[in-house]
Write a protein that binds this ligand. Structure first.
Ligand SMILES: *Cc1c(COP(=O)(O)O)cnc(C)c1O
Length: 376
């Protein structure tokens, strides 16, 4: 290889028609927030995930989680259960609301929230007169969590579920799209996600009223009056019409992106799964993962670091799996219910480059670097 370019973990991948929608926004001067692309993008997402839900396009996935908690009435002094094995953005909005996170560890089949631990956590909190106000479960790396079991526990105790589907657009669970499996769902269109608007997100809700409330809150909560009248506190969280144009173009290629990411996974699995000590997370039955990021687990922390550093040497980005929230300095005093699963994954796991625009040369370069690592 003559020149070696840097290989990223997950980089944006435009399809081609994004520019057309953005140009439309420019030529019609729909540069301000709101406009036809926002409605079009919302409708594209709505149809994609089955047509039954209502979708509000927002400025980020984090904003979507924040508004979900707001709509569910989470406030000062409330407790919210959150999957510990996740990105901090799943949990931060709990703090924005003045509430307290209670973290729950993962199970080994999907690496997501353990339904058993969830129930233990709920019973403990109820016993202490702190019944959780909501549950935030995450489809990490695009792998659907055990929604039937989680929903059953949530229903038993009558607690709403917010589905953090930031990484799972295009994944399905028993035939239903992730994002449409709970009381409320969210997507992210950040630059590293399976499709991107450069920055953006969406909230998925069950009723038109909830959507209208979300849009109202996301546009500074202006009451209906000729002057600026406010009877509640709002946010500036709406997606802009320019960025929604990128999203409309991206929706046209979403299924291709899922296919490409799944092919990355198959490539890595084919060539690495025969190495003792390296394993992959298989799809449980009736589950289809978008394989946003291909993750491996290694024999030990040392083996993981050897691979990571060898890749770094070759200008190839890789990263340890998410550091669980209950281990984060910022949440060190939080209540948590753990079983060692996420801590172990954090120690031994590695995210491999997984962009839908990786070339065969890129993949070969990554593979040969890993295979050259001594003491795998
Ligand atoms: C990316 C991500 C978010 C936040 O989305 P943004 O659009 O970046 O705000 C939330 N949860 C998870 C699991 C994510 O990966």
């Amino acid at each position: 290889m003559l020149t070696k370019t840097k290989i990223y973990l997950s980089s944006p991948h435009m399809g081609g028609t994004e520019q057309k929608f953005v140009n439309e926004a420019f030529s019609t001067n729909w540069i301000a927030p709101l406009g036809p692309n926002v409605n079009g993008f919302e409708n594209d997402i709505k149809q994609y995930i089955g047509g039954e839900k209502y979708v509000a396009a927002l400025s980020s996935g984090t904003a979507a989680i924040h508004l979900a908690l707001q709509l569910l009435g989470v406030g000062q002094g409330d407790e919210v259960i959150c999957q510990s094995f996740t990105f901090s953005a799943s949990a931060n909005p709990i703090i924005y609301q003045g509430a307290t996170p209670v973290f729950v560890d993962s199970e080994t089949d999907t690496w997501n929230m353990s339904p058993e631990l969830l129930e233990i956590a709920i019973q403990d909190r109820i016993q202490k007169y702190k019944k959780p106000k909501a549950i935030i479960a995450v489809h990490l790396y695009g792998m659907p969590y055990k929604a039937k079991e989680i929903n059953a526990v949530a229903k038993k105790y009558d607690i709403p579920v917010v589905e953090d589907s930031a990484e799972a657009l295009g994944s399905t669970y028993f035939g239903t799209y992730c994002g449409a499996l709970a009381d409320m769902g969210i997507f992210s269109f950040n630059g590293n996600k399976i499709i991107t608007t450069s920055g953006g997100g969406a909230l998925v809700v069950n009723t038109e009223e909830e959507k209208e409330k979300a849009v109202f809150l996301s546009t500074q909560a202006r009451d209906n009056a000729p002057h600026y009248e406010h009877s509640s506190i709002g946010f500036n969280y709406r997606m802009s019409n320019v960025l929604a144009g990128i999203g409309r173009g991206q929706m046209e290629v979403l299924n291709d992106r899922v296919t490409a990411r799944r092919q990355n996974f198959e490539f890595y699995k084919k060539h690495l799964s025969n190495i003792e000590g390296i394993s992959f997370l298989d799809e449980p039955e009736n589950v289809y993962s978008n394989r946003w990021i291909t993750c491996i687990t290694t024999r030990s922390y040392e083996a993981r670091e050897q691979i990571r550093l060898a890749l770094l040497e070759e200008d190839i980005e890789s990263r340890p799996l998410w550091k669980p929230m209950h281990m984060q300095p910022v949440f060190k005093n939080s209540v948590h219910f753990t079983n060692g699963v996420s801590e172990d994954l954090f120690n031994r796991g590695l995210c491999l480059p997984s962009g839908s625009n990786l070339t065969q040369d890129d993949l070969d370069r990554i593979l040969s670097t890993i295979l050259k690592t001594p003491n795998l």
